[in-house]
Design a protein. Structure first.
Length: 377
């Protein structure tokens, strides 16, 4: 059995550049920890990076999805098309607004939905489609945009994995035809410690999401400091992003070009190292236009290989158990053969910026040994 390399023992890990601690310290010293001008500066800089008019910060990627669904008017009696192969948060956000999921299959090569999957799932109750940009890869629903618009079906992108990725010449989130939801959780391409962002299509959607994230209050925090009252005009939640988290995000954003280069380089190093292994299929994220969030392979005897690699101290994982087979979502179960086959074969290799080429060689060598052991058993 090979000796464990510490960085190979983690499937994912936050990567900090050093400026984050000082940025947080400045917020702590200022004594204003909630939603402040720093939060709004983070929104402005994200919008500028993406090339969009506006961005609305919230507490998490799940909060982003929930807020976007509410702002789009999705609710009870509505059906939302969504792939089963995603983190359960995507489905929980749909249920949180009273809608029901319509699970659809995926393209086995990308683990993402296609326009055809979406079109085939449309029913009279369909109100929204939530493509999941799995691993960071953009999902282009442009070919069916007109058909969806004619039916009043809104597209809400779960881009939790995909900040910085591109769809053609534009960044994910800059199409203007979808509400796009990003996650800035601990292990995402850009981290705030915890946080999320919604990219609205219109100023009206931006206003709605800002009301929702502030318990339905219309006035901004700065406006409320100059008045003796405020107006609550509808349902809302406490989804504001704190100045502490925004400070981390701003520090990360200033170094994001380095992040893009590093993550693409690590993924390509894996690609080259895996070429010599028979029976292993790398999920191609398209690194020319993607900022990779995961490095995944498909392989036979996945469960045996998973157990072997964990025993060797290699931090492999599985993203994700399919939702249509989960007990909580059994009411909406339907056959999804490509999803079920992929779910039995996918394995996420350690992927984070602490890895070195030597770490990756170590992981791939251990994978080769585990495959041989599984074949001999």
């Amino acid at each position: 059995m090979t000796a464990t390399r510490p960085d190979a023992g983690r499937n994912a890990s936050p990567y900090l550049y050093g400026e984050e601690a000082a940025a947080v310290a400045r917020v702590l010293e200022a004594g204003q920890y909630g939603h402040t001008d720093l939060t709004e500066e983070f929104e402005r800089q994200i919008a500028a990076y993406l090339g969009v008019p506006d961005a609305v910060a919230v507490t998490s990627g799940t909060a982003a999805l929930h807020s976007a669904l509410l702002a789009a008017g999705i609710g009870r009696g509505d059906e939302v098309i969504v792939p089963s192969l995603t983190f359960c948060a995507t489905v929980q956000a749909i249920l949180a607004v009273g809608a029901t999921p319509r699970f659809v299959d995926i393209d086995p090569a990308t683990l993402c939905v296609t326009p055809q999957h979406v079109v085939e799932a449309i029913s009279d109750a369909t109100a929204a489609a939530v493509p999941v940009l799995f691993g960071g890869r953009a999902v282009d629903l442009g070919p069916i945009h007109e058909a969806l618009t004619e039916r009043g079906i809104v597209v809400i992108e779960d881009a939790a994995h995909a900040f910085g990725s591109r769809n053609g010449p534009r960044h994910v989130g800059a199409s203007g035809t979808a509400l796009t939801c990003f996650s800035f959780g601990p292990i995402k391409n850009l981290t705030c410690g915890q946080g999320g962002m919604v990219i609205p299509r219109t100023p009206e959607e931006a206003d709605a999401i800002r009301r929702i994230r502030l318990l339905g209050v219309v006035q901004s925090q700065s406006e409320r400091t100059n008045t003796t009252t405020y107006n609550v005009e509808g349902f809302g939640l406490r989804y504001q992003l704190s100045a502490i988290n925004s400070a981390i995000g701003l520090a990360q954003l200033s170094r994001f070009a380095t992040t893009v280069h590093a993550r693409r380089g690590l993924w390509r190093t894996y690609r080259d190292a895996l070429c010599g292994l028979d029976g292993v299929t790398l999920i191609d994220v398209g690194p020319h236009h993607t900022v990779p969030h995961l490095c995944q392979v498909r392989l036979p005897q996945r469960d045996e290989v998973f157990a072997d690699l964990r025993a060797r101290g290699i931090g492999v994982g599985v993203h994700y158990p399919p939702n249509h087979l989960q007990p909580a979502f059994a009411a909406w179960r339907r056959p999804l053969p490509a999803t079920e086959q992929a779910a039995a074969e996918i394995l996420s290799l350690p992927f984070h910026q602490h890895l070195t080429e030597t770490d990756i060689d170590h992981v791939v060598c251990a994978l080769g040994q585990a495959l041989k052991s599984a074949g001999a058993s």
